[in-house]
Design a protein around this ligand. Structure first.
Ligand SMILES: [Fe+2]
Ligand SMILES: [Fe+2]
Length: 209
């Protein structure tokens, strides 16, 4: 994501000039509150993206150790994507000269009853991510922050991801009913092979078991 910002808020500046001192003070305080809120939401989003990465890696490990090797590749590839999202937000804060700290992540769930539970949890997580990015985008717009250009782009990407995860769950349900998980695995495999980006299932050079 290339970050290019242009300042063009002359209308807002004109409005500010016309304000009475008391109003001006209140306006300044509320702008500072909004700025703090935006910083907080950005940092929360960064933590969340890195937690997504941890969660999908945990899911990949569960899938790999339970025989769903193609689904494992999908999740380990998506863990990389989530890390990239987190990094994009970190870089945006750096470019904007806003405060940024290292991400804080908690241990994520790694034990599942079955593959369906993994996929349902993953959809829930994507839905949660969409809600969070929606709030962040709204806050960036209200503050008139140039960060809204980044969040707007990311909203579209997030919508696509949520739809992708939902369609994978639907595909699973279709195959579960037909008792043909091998076919589900093969279709997930085709999806992952197109990108070639995954960590699990790639052995280090010289290691053959
Ligand atoms: Fe993400
Ligand atoms: Fe995602």
């Amino acid at each position: 994501m290339e970050l290019q910002f242009k300042s063009s808020d002359s209308d807002r500046l004109e409005q500010k000039k016309e304000m009475m001192p008391k109003e001006k003070k209140a306006h300044k305080a509320s702008m500072e509150d909004m700025e703090e809120k935006l910083e907080l939401l950005m940092q929360k989003q960064i933590d969340h993206e890195f937690e997504n990465a941890r969660l999908y890696l945990a899911m990949a490990i569960w899938c790999q150790t339970n025989g769903y090797t193609e689904t494992a590749k999908f999740f380990s590839g998506h863990a990389l994507e989530e890390r990239k999202h987190g990094m994009d937000f970190i870089n945006s804060l750096i470019v904007m000269e806003m405060p940024v700290r290292q991400p804080i992540t908690k241990e994520m769930k790694g034990d599942y009853e079955n593959l369906e539970e993994v996929l349902v949890d993953a959809v829930d997580r994507e839905v949660m991510t969409s809600i969070m990015i929606g709030k962040l985008h709204k806050c960036a717009i209200m503050q008139g922050s140039l960060l809204s250009r980044v969040t707007e782009e990311y909203i579209e990407e997030q919508y696509e991801e949520e739809q992708l995860f939902k369609s994978i769950l639907n595909l699973f349900k279709l195959h579960k009913n037909k008792d043909s998980l091998a076919s589900f695995e093969s279709q997930i495999g085709q999806l992952t092979e197109r990108t070639g980006k995954y960590m699990i299932g790639k052995l280090p050079d010289g290691l053959h078991v």
